[in-house]
Design a protein around this ligand. Structure first.
Ligand code: GLC
Length: 738
């Protein structure tokens, strides 16, 4: 449709029709008989039949046949036959599930992440979807928060690169292209700062930190062309994001230039009442529309109040027209007026979903997401060894994550299935060893039919079998970890530990065989003090996705040399949280070994995390030469070249992630001790050498300053280049501004 035709359509719509476009309902309600739905499963939402008939968007269902049928049904109900938008949380893959985003962040491979998003988009589009509620661009610093699993970590620059890569992967250059879906950057903004890591809790963020740490990744997604943004549940400066005009109109739309559709998070408009910001639904509707929220996700706040508020002169109808215009424009950008079914195709769906090419990508992406935290040489294992695979994750298919809502565990490849493809059975043993969780542990979410309760006798037998297998083995691969429902939305944990029943198994097995390799499944950093002390190797595999087992076998055997680097610090213990590398120095910084009394430190634990951001081992070893800068001063318009020589001094090919950090030593506001500004993945054969060169510009030195936007300030800057955020390989230069 031309813009002229779109304008004519908008002008021909009744007010009720326009309000219908601002409503998103669950697709499943629309597929039932309306009366049954309104009296039954949808009863509590307060919708009326007309709301269903006029709804402009639906959430939660995928499948070409279903959505083709629903689109036809809904267009018949629509007075102008306006097609619906079909949306779903395709966060890190649809049926082919890729590593959880915290793992994709650890790959430090935006190109790989873009491919994963593009593949997810292909499967989503052919299944009838138009929009995915991804990427989640929330910066995270608190491992107690369950949604760190969905984030790409604690660094603004890494998150920006990953968010932009996902937007490009999902959307391509033109939403009408086959195999593309609209991306939705979320949750705007600052949701990851939920106090005490408790989901939906208050976020208290200074303007300076909000601007310099939390906002950059959302902005990167918007600059990459994201078609949608989703509001966050938290307050910003005491005002719920979903009703926050300054946040949504001044920052998101005016400063960041976002012109797309702003959708609330689930019931977030209604929840402004709970926040104590709106008096009632009418007040909530008014404040959200004035803030520029275009679509009300799954409540009747807009549908039940906007018409009346306009009739009573309490809201300017132009605000409604503005919202509906953006919604119609998105539908037009997707080509839905010409082809309301877009890529939905039941036949193609069968070919594309989980095809070998997609599985191969999932396998590659998973292996690249793994982080080798410890290895005294016990890895890689060889096929000649006697290996005991023990643990609740040895043959467990549920390794997708709580946001793999379209993924099916049955499609996953377990460690045992993969190992049986590469290792001769006579030298292998496979046993569960223990339940994943103690009986009665509270979990919320989409429950699978797995066995959750075990008798004491069952536990005894499993443990005995495991210890016997461990005794006979040369090496034990102990596959442990969180339940997939222990991270994700509403899955905050105050004790960030491996389930105790698994730690008991770890201790029993380690007592009979010290050659233990721990393969750890988790959606967050965990307290690994005991495991890292006693195990000979620790491999963090996050929630690795559909091809997790194959990828783990590839890394354990050395077919793939691990190259992942932590996207989020692993705290020494939960008492250290929040802990992150890009912190301020404080006036009394503590360095390991300082004995002065009045320093910023703990009496009982170290300041340093157990494993820092950017850290990860390889099966080979790399040397990185002293950093060289080609100049000691920089003026705007010039660049400083920072170079190092990287050499593979080990015995096998491997990939190193060379990281560039910068510190602004003194500025008009305190600046972090380090900030990641660039990184480069370098793959070298044994003995090979490569010079890595980073270009540093004045723009890279800028930070947000209240009232001035992004500025750089003259003075000394320290440049660090190394293989983790703890590198001290540094040189300085001075920025001169005449
Ligand atoms: C949820 C999540 C959001 C998701 C939305 C739709 O509450 O906060 O990330 O996209 O609802 O499922």
């Amino acid at each position: 449709m031309t813009e002229q035709e779109l304008k004519q359509l908008l002008n021909s719509m009744t007010r009720k029709e326009k309000v219908g476009q601002t409503l998103q309902v669950m697709a499943r309600f629309l597929m039932e008989n309306t009366d049954d739905a309104l009296m039954g499963s949808a009863a509590g939402f307060g919708w009326e039949k007309e709301d269903f008939d006029l709804a402009g968007a639906a959430i939660g269902t995928h499948g070409a046949e279903k959505l083709i049928a629903l689109q036809k049904l809904q267009m018949e109900r629509q007075p102008h036959g306006i097609p619906m938008l079909f949306m779903k949380d395709i966060i890190h893959g649809m049926r082919t599930v890729f590593p959880a985003p915290i793992g994709q962040g650890a790959s430090f491979d935006p190109e790989m992440t873009e491919k994963c998003a593009q593949t997810a988009a292909k499967e989503a589009a052919v299944s009838g979807l138009h929009v995915t509620f991804s990427p989640m661009a929330d910066l995270v610093r608190d491992a107690r928060w369950g949604r760190v699993m969905e984030s790409t970590g604690e660094d603004p620059y890494l998150n920006s690169r990953m968010t932009a890569a996902m937007v490009k992967g999902f959307q391509g250059k033109d939403l009408k292209e086959p195999g593309r879906v609209a991306a939705c950057v979320k949750h705007f903004a600052g949701y990851g700062a939920a106090e005490a890591g408790r989901d939906y809790n208050t976020a208290e963020i200074s303007e300076h930190t909000f601007r310099n740490a939390y906002l950059p990744a959302y902005e990167a997604g918007i600059q990459a062309g994201a078609a949608m943004v989703m509001t966050s549940f938290n307050t910003v400066d005491g005002i719920p994001a979903t009703g926050n005009r300054h946040l949504m109109r001044d920052i998101l739309r005016d400063e960041m230039g976002f012109e797309g559709v702003l959708i609330s998070d689930f019931a977030a408009i209604l929840e402004t009442i709970n926040h104590g910001y709106a008096e009632d639904k009418a007040d909530a509707a008014k404040k959200a529309l004035e803030a520029g929220v275009d679509i009300d996700m799954c409540t009747n706040v807009y549908s039940g109040n906007l018409c009346r508020l306009i009739e009573e002169g309490k809201i300017d109808e132009r605000l409604l027209d503005e919202a509906v215009w953006r919604i119609l424009k998105l539908k037009n950008d997707l080509g839905l007026f010409e082809n309301p079914f877009k890529d939905a195709d039941p036949e193609k769906e069968k070919e594309v979903i989980l095809c070998p090419e997609h599985r191969a990508l999932a396998r590659e992406a998973a292996a690249k997401s793994f982080v080798l935290l410890k290895n005294d040489g016990v890895l890689p294992v060889s096929a000649e060894q006697k290996i005991a695979f023990i643990g609740p994750y040895v043959n467990r298919k549920e390794m997708l994550s709580s946001w793999a809502v379209a993924g099916e565990a049955k499609d996953s490849v377990t460690i045992q299935e993969a190992a049986q493809e590469v290792f001769a059975p006579e030298r292998m043993a496979y046993c569960q060893g223990s339940p994943l969780l103690e009986n009665g542990v509270r979990l919320v979410g989409f429950r699978t039919e797995e066995k959750m309760e075990y008798s004491a006798e069952e536990c005894r037998q499993m443990e005995e079998e495991a210890c016997n297998a461990a005794k006979e083995a040369d090496v034990v691969i102990l596959a442990l970890g969180e339940h997939y429902l222990q991270s994700g939305e509403a899955a905050s944990r105050a004790m960030i530990e491996i389930p105790e029943i698994q730690m008991e198994l770890f201790r029993k097995v380690s007592a009979v065989n010290p050659n233990v390799v721990v393969v750890l499944f988790s959606g967050r950093p965990l307290d690994l003090r005991e495991v890292s002390r006693k195990a000979r190797a620790v491999l963090e595999v996050w929630m690795p996705g559909t091809e997790g087992g194959h990828a783990i076998a590839d890394v354990l055997t050395g077919k793939v040399n691990p190259s992942g680097k932590l996207s989020m610090s692993f705290p020494y213990c939960v008492g250290q949280v929040p802990v992150y590398y890009n912190a301020l120095n404080t006036g009394r910084p503590y360095k390991e070994g300082d004995e002065d009394r009045f320093l910023s430190r703990y009496l009982d634990i170290p300041n340093k995390p157990l494993y820092p951001f950017g850290y990860g081992l390889s099966y080979t070893e790399f040397s990185i030469s002293e950093l060289v800068l080609d100049r000691e001063t920089l003026r705007p318009g010039e660049t400083v070249t920072a170079s190092v020589t990287v050499k593979n001094i080990g015995k096998c090919e491997g990939t190193e992630v060379v990281q560039l950090y910068i510190r602004d030593v003194a500025a008009s506001v305190a600046r972090p001790v380090k900030e990641l500004k660039d990184f480069r993945k370098v793959t070298l054969k044994p003995g090979e050498v490569e010079t890595v060169v980073f270009e540093i510009s004045e723009e890279m030195l800028r930070f947000y300053k209240e009232g001035q936007g992004r500025v750089s300030e003259a003075g000394e800057f320290r440049v660090f280049v190394g293989n983790s955020s703890e590198t001290e390989n540094q040189r300085s230069f001075v920025l001169i501004k005449d």
